[in-house]
Design a protein around this ligand. Structure first.
Ligand code: SF4
Length: 205
């Protein structure tokens, strides 16, 4: 199974979003509240691609609105990018989690789930045709840049791929929150903003 059979024949972002709400392309639709589709202008020059929506995103039906989203907002602001100008989305559109008591703990999607969901992202990219595409985190990087891609070795580099004229990979903003130490958090924040500044430089170059 895959999302491919749910993609409308003549897709627009609106039609795509509506169709994704009813996707049954993999078993992940069964647990969470809703599909969390990408959002942002169809004319966005920059597309950011994360891994999977989190708890807050699932409740609100919007990408990057939880704690990691706040970190992303800080990094975008530091890099001089308006969030409203960016198209934000995820490789997988349904929250994957494990229940521990009342909490829903994020789980990394499996390759089969990522492959099943990719037709949505592929169509989003074709419709938006961003000048710059940034993958956030190892899962998004591997999904778009290949399973052998090593984020630790290539983050912030300009990559030659078919997805967009400017492509780079950086950490997922949730990685900042995993640092217990405030100095380490600050350094991780600055490094994320630096990677986004690479895109700003290229766009204005
Ligand atoms: S995770 Fe993706 S492929 Fe799976 S049901 Fe949700 S939208 Fe469809």
């Amino acid at each position: 199974m895959s999302a491919a059979e749910f993609i409308p024949d003549h897709p627009s972002l609106k039609r795509l979003r509506e169709a994704a709400a009813g996707c049954r392309g993999c078993p992940l639709w069964q647990g969470p509240i809703q599909t969390v589709f990408g959002e942002g202008p169809a004319t966005a020059r920059v597309m950011l691609v994360g891994e999977v929506p989190g708890d807050r995103e699932d409740r609100e039906g919007r990408p990057f609105v939880g704690p990691a989203g706040r970190e992303l907002d800080r990094a975008l602001e530091a890099a001089g990018i308006e969030r409203g100008d960016v198209y934000l989305t995820n490789v997988v559109k349904h929250f994957k989690f494990e229940e521990r008591g009342k909490r829903r703990i994020h789980q990394t999607p499996k390759k089969g789930e990522i492959d099943a969901c990719l037709p949505w992202l592929d169509t989003e990219i074709k419709l938006v045709r961003p000048e710059a595409l940034v993958t956030l985190g190892a899962t998004a990087a591997k999904a778009l840049l290949g399973s052998s891609f090593r984020l630790t070795q290539h983050r912030g580099e300009l990559l030659d791929t078919e997805w967009a004229p400017i492509v780079t990979a950086t950490i997922h903003p949730s990685a900042i929150l995993r640092n217990r130490d405030e100095d380490a958090r600050r350094a991780a924040r600055e490094a994320l903003a630096d990677d986004l500044r690479v895109v700003v430089r290229e766009l204005s170059g």
